[in-house]
Design a protein around this ligand. Sequence first.
Ligand SMILES: Nc1ncnc2c1ncn2[C@@H]1O[C@H](COP(=O)(O)OP(=O)(O)OP(=O)(O)O)[C@@H](O)[C@H]1O
Length: 251
Amino acid sequence: MSAPLLELRHVARSFGGVHAIRDVSLTLKRGEVIGVIGPNGAGKTTLVNVITGVHPPSSGEILHEGAPIHGLKPYQVAARGIARTFQVVQPFPAMTVIENAMAGALFGSGIRSMPQAREAAMEHLRFCGLHALAERPASQLTLAQRKRLELAKSLAMSPRLLMLDEVNAGLNTAEVDQALELIRAIAARGITVLIIEHLLKVVMTLCSRVVVLHHGELIADDPPGEVVRDERVIKAYLGDKFAQRLREAHG
Ligand SMILES: Nc1ncnc2c1ncn2[C@@H]1O[C@H](COP(=O)(O)OP(=O)(O)OP(=O)(O)O)[C@@H](O)[C@H]1O
């Protein structure tokens, strides 16, 4: 049997006396869409940061297709096809939309020529519905468009695992629905998606599995229908009334 796409074994990361994540063990399989939820400060972004080499784990192991990656630098992790978006989207404002997407193509995908990078960038802008804005300065984009550009830039890196950190935060209902469609289309390409999300609607409709963090600990790793019935999750995060509404809305 081949090794899982990604495996975390007893991973912990502390900052001074703060245990941002503790003893997290988790396996991601190819083609899954996994949600990560939990209260503010639960360790969700730290989880992505340790996987991507931004903050190496204090202890534990991270294996990508069976090979350890926990000592690698972020660019080395990216080169293995592991990409992420940031909670606060920061396109290079002085560059055009297509130049931003080209940066992704040149950085992560192995493409080295500018015409090829441009072609790849345009394809990803089209996929994300931004091709008509290709020559605009990135600074002119709306928040929803900036988030799409962040996706296009990450996709241009040809990832096999894409981690989305609150990609829907600040969007209105219509924009969230459009983003949902886009994330579905990304997953349909066979890219494994790990999505940190506060909007439970997104998690309930998109994810086959939901990981719940609380005070840095993984307290659940189950299908969404089970997570909303899990007493620990209800107590730590959802609350009784909200959990009840979710169960009613999603059977
Ligand atoms: N670079 C850092 N230096 C110091 N403390 C940090 C750092 N990064 C995270 N922390 C701390 O680790 C804990 C987990 O933070 P993290 O950002 O991972 O949580 P989160 O679940 O993503 O929260 P949110 O939903 O608010 O984004 C918090 O107490 C945070 O203050």
